[in-house]
Design a protein around this ligand. Structure first.
Ligand SMILES: CC(C)(COP(=O)(O)OP(=O)(O)OC[C@H]1O[C@@H](n2cnc3c(N)ncnc32)[C@H](O)[C@@H]1OP(=O)(O)O)[C@@H](O)C(=O)NCCC(=O)NCCS
Length: 174
């Protein structure tokens, strides 16, 4: 992270953010390194969001928009795609829109998402799945105190794509 952490606020993802999500979803790095489909089918972002709304109600998933606290502009997404409340484990994820990259936004997002998971969700174990070629995301994980546990070789990632995926974790005792 740069000496001064990027100013970022996480707010629950709402319908009003979906145009920004759709704009970010088709970008090359997002297509390559996240589970967003390629190409994004018509209506997919809406049904993806509906899945998160259902997960929010059930306590099994959560999605935040990362916004600039100054002017409210959309900076990216902070996600908990899997919440196991009984096991006190969450898988987390994030993306930053291309125009906002390279100034510590993702690092600030992951630090806040991690604090939320350990605090609000009483998590014991947090995990991240990161493509072995995604060096930027690996740097973000390291900055936020995550440790590399190992590599899942040629893991099924999404339709048409297998990849070497690193499993990173952080425990509430780390
Ligand atoms: C990965 C991603 C979230 C990083 O966002 P960001 O706001 O630019 O990240 P930050 O500025 O907080 O930090 C990036 C770190 O990666 C490093 N980095 C950036 N590009 C890099 C590259 N190509 N190779 C190596 N390191 C790189 C930066 O130097 C910085 O580390 P440093 O602080 O030690 O210098 C963003 O590129 C993104 O949204 N990518 C597409 C989606 C994605 O990959 N999500 C993560 C899925 S696991």
């Amino acid at each position: 992270v740069s000496p001064v952490a990027a100013a970022v606020q996480l707010v629950p993802l709402q319908e009003g953010h979906l145009d920004s999500v759709a704009a970010a979803a088709g970008e090359e790095q997002v297509a390559r390194f996240t589970r967003f489909p390629v190409p994004i089918p018509d209506g997919w972002v809406r049904s993806w969001f509906d899945g998160y709304l259902a997960g929010r109600a059930a306590g099994t998933r959560e999605a935040f928009a990362a916004i600039d606290p100054g002017d409210g502009r959309f900076l990216g997404l902070a996600l908990a795609p899997h919440i196991d409340a009984e096991g006190q484990e969450l898988e987390l994820g994030y993306l930053v829109t291309p125009a906002e990259r390279g100034r510590g936004v993702a690092a600030a997002v992951l630090v806040q998402l991690t604090e939320w998971a350990f605090g609000d969700r009483a998590a014991v174990r947090l995990s991240l799945m990161i493509d072995a070629d995604n060096l930027a995301s690996q740097a973000v994980a390291r900055h936020a105190g995550y440790r590399l546990e190992g590599t899942l070789r040629s893991a099924y990632f999404k339709q048409g794509l297998r990849a070497d995926c690193q499993l990173w974790s952080r425990l509430n005792t780390d």
